[in-house]
Design a protein around this ligand. Structure first.
Ligand code: ZN
Length: 266
């Protein structure tokens, strides 16, 4: 499989999947705008075969109607009253075949209640043995989405589901927020050398106008505070920030999420 990155809107990436090298069929994940998708289809000589959605926010869905004007194709997405265009609703435990690739659906409520993510174990591709996760706004490189609709318990459970995937799983998130996220990660864990090294590497990529994505599960486990809520350094930091002893990982997560909301963007 090939996954093309389409920078779009202010900070979004739309991911364009070509499942099979010998076919021109492609699937767009989370098209918040149609124009970059139409451009990319032309540039890579691909035919749009379907639209795939993680959640209802406008920057993931606003391009759907314009794309459907030109293509009679299925729209896969969560069971959600807020995305009327979905023709094939999906929920936890479902699987979805896109070309020769098979994707498992994981429900990951927290950022929104309708959020789902797409995991392909990808074992049939000998040249690219790692699995792939299309994660929307649940997890970001070095961070996670804002908690608009869920509870800390719910969001943490969703992140734990993702954290349990194999370490070499390639992680495609929907926003380029990595430098701001890692600056926050460093505030939480000032002495974590993996965060410092990653920040240097990712800064270099951004200076060259390259995306910092995809990431991997292993890299997030080492550097992303939101999947490190059981690490003593992260717990201590949440305790100092809140002035209270946090007793559960969800409490730690809640402190981090509120702290990040007020953290300067750069
Ligand atoms: Zn969102």
């Amino acid at each position: 499989m090939q996954i093309y990155h389409l920078p779009a809107l202010e900070t979004n990436y739309f991911w364009l999947l070509q499942p099979d090298a010998d076919r021109r069929d492609a699937y767009i994940f989370d098209p918040g705008d149609a124009a970059p998708v139409i451009d990319a289809l032309k540039r890579y000589n691909l035919t749009l075969a379907g639209i795939v959605l993680t959640h209802h926010h406008w920057d993931h869905t606003d391009g759907i109607d314009a794309l459907l004007e030109h293509h009679s194709i299925p729209v896969y997405g969560p069971i959600s009253k807020r995305i009327p265009q979905v023709t094939h609703p999906l929920t936890e435990g479902d699987s979805l075949d896109l070309g020769s690739t098979r994707w498992s659906i994981l429900a990951t409520p927290g950022h929104t209640l309708d959020h789902i993510v797409y995991y392909c174990a990808n074992t049939q591709h000998a040249t690219q043995p790692s699995g792939v996760l299309i994660a929307g706004d649940t997890i970001f490189a070095g961070g996670c989405g804002r908690m608009f609709e869920g509870t800390p318990e719910m969001f943490l459970q969703s992140l734990n589901k993702i954290a349990q995937l194999p370490n070499d799983t390639v992680l495609y998130c929907s926003h380029e927020y990595t430098l701001a996220n890692l600056a926050f990660a460093q505030a939480v864990e000032p002495n974590n050398p993996d965060i410092a090294q990653r920040l240097t590497r990712e800064r270099r990529k951004r200076e060259q106008k390259m995306p910092t994505l995809p990431s991997s599960i292993g890299l997030e486990l080492a550097t992303n505070p939101f999947v490190r809520c059981q690490q003593p350094t992260v717990i201590n930091s949440a305790n100092s920030k809140s002035g209270q002893v946090q007793t559960t990982p969800a409490d730690v997560f809640a402190v981090l999420r509120a702290w990040k909301n007020d953290f300067p963007a750069n």
